[in-house]
Design a binder for this molecule. Structure first.
Ligand code: 3PG
Length: 389
């Protein structure tokens, strides 16, 4: 895989795939981390005299123009982070986009409109990829967070342009996450998040790679059910319980430690903060749902993580966006921040917890990719990385 540093960018039109899929609240970017992490690549390209054409997706508009998912407000935050003006065009292909690229001077930066306003992005339509590739001479991927998606801008466009390489952020992510492919042991993995679907391959692969597997969030409910205990009204994908059973068997067979929460914070719903109480794993009431891990679980996790020399964490331990059910996730962030192990965190809400607590500096690596970091640890590569080789 070539680096952006190996490419001759001077006077060239550069298609730079970035992951500006950032959280928005009423038209304002609420977390700029992904934008800021890409700035060194954009600066390098602009300072070398490239015409920098940035392209990203935002949300899941499913091939339709959805004004609330326009990248226009992101262009404002991008310009602020760059400390330099950024042009924005309300299309990503066609005459309007082509005219904007023609007007771009060397060193100038343009942001195209949301790629997913076109269905061809997600379906990796060859015609759509061709239209995107027609805008540029060279391709650089800095969108680590989207590199697990075999979409047109991730795998189609690099196949059509003669020169391609990895941006500085993508290189950093691959370097840091590669350390976890051959980790210093004991290697502990903490998996949370609401759902188990979408994480099944990762769960199986990490159960094999890790020495200790700790589970929280909605993910843990499946394991509680798999050992024959009731989960009340908790979030559960019933058809995925056999996967949990399979992982429990695998860990037993290979002599690995797998830990479920020993207690949970339960309530009638996420809005029932007043009704929140802590119960043991075998005492989840029929009319309550698990919304966070309890204090005993945190102490249990602390003990199990103590000897670890490498720790990877993906997914919150509870319904992080609804206090007081954010406590377990925040406490876990503190615990890892104090650890002397190599600590890597990936995934929107777990990273948000780390950032909100101002703890990012205390982690070895905070990944900009949630699904992407999990998939990288599962397969050791990603479609977007393969497309650059
Ligand atoms: C992410 O936020 O994980 C990436 O931007 C990928 O987004 P997606 O899950 O909508 O493909």
């Amino acid at each position: 895989m070539k680096s952006i540093r190996d490419l001759d960018l001077r006077g060239k039109r550069l298609f730079l795939r970035v992951d500006f899929n950032v959280p928005l609240d009423r038209g304002r970017v609420t977390d700029r981390t992904r934008i800021e992490e890409t700035i060194p690549t954009v600066r390098l390209a602009a300072d070398t005299g490239a015409q920098v054409i940035c392209a990203s997706h935002l949300g899941k508009p499913k091939g339709k123009v959805k004004p609330e998912l326009s990248l226009a407000p992101v262009a404002v935050a991008f310009a602020e982070a760059l400390g330099h003006s950024v042009r924005f065009v309300e299309e990503c292909v066609g005459p309007e986009a082509e005219a904007s690229v023609r007007n771009l001077e060397p060193g100038e930066v343009l942001l195209l409109e949301n790629l997913r306003f076109h269905a061809g992005e997600e379906s990796n339509d060859p015609e759509f990829a061709k239209d995107l590739a027609a805008l540029a001479d060279l391709y650089v991927d800095d969108a680590f967070g989207a590199s697990h998606r075999a979409h047109a801008s991730v795998v189609g466009v690099p196949g059509l342009l003669p020169e391609k390489g990895a941006g500085l952020l993508l290189e950093k992510e691959v370097r840091e996450l590669s350390r976890l492919l051959d980790p210093q042991r004991p290697f502990a993995v903490i998996l949370g998040g609401a759902k188990i679907s979408g994480k099944i391959d990762a769960l199986r692969a990490l159960a094999r790679r890790a020495d200790v597997l700790l589970l929280g969030g909605g993910m843990a409910n499946h394991f509680v059910r798999a050992i024959g205990l009731p989960v009340g009204r908790s979030l559960l994908e019933e058809d995925k319980v056999p996967v949990a059973r399979e992982v429990l068997d695998l860990c037993k067979k290979e002599g690995k430690t797998i830990a479920l929460p020993s207690d949970f914070v339960v309530a009638a719903s996420v809005d029932d903060a007043k009704g929140a109480r802590t119960v043991g794993i075998s005492k989840i009431p029929d009319d309550r749902m698990t919304l966070d891990i309890g204090q005993k679980t945190l102490e249990q996790f602390e003990r199990l993580l103590e000897p670890a020399r490498t720790i990877f964490w993906n997914g919150p331990m509870g319904v992080f966006e609804h206090p007081p059910f954010d406590r377990g996730t925040k406490a876990l962030a503190m615990l890892l921040a104090e650890s002397s192990a190599v600590t890597v965190v990936g995934g929107g809400e777990s990273v948000a917890a780390v950032n909100e607590a101002g703890l990012a500096e205390k982690f070895t690596h905070v990944s900009t990719g949630g699904g992407a970091s999990l998939e990288f640890l599962t397969a050791g590569t990603l479609p977007g990385i393969e497309a650059l080789q």
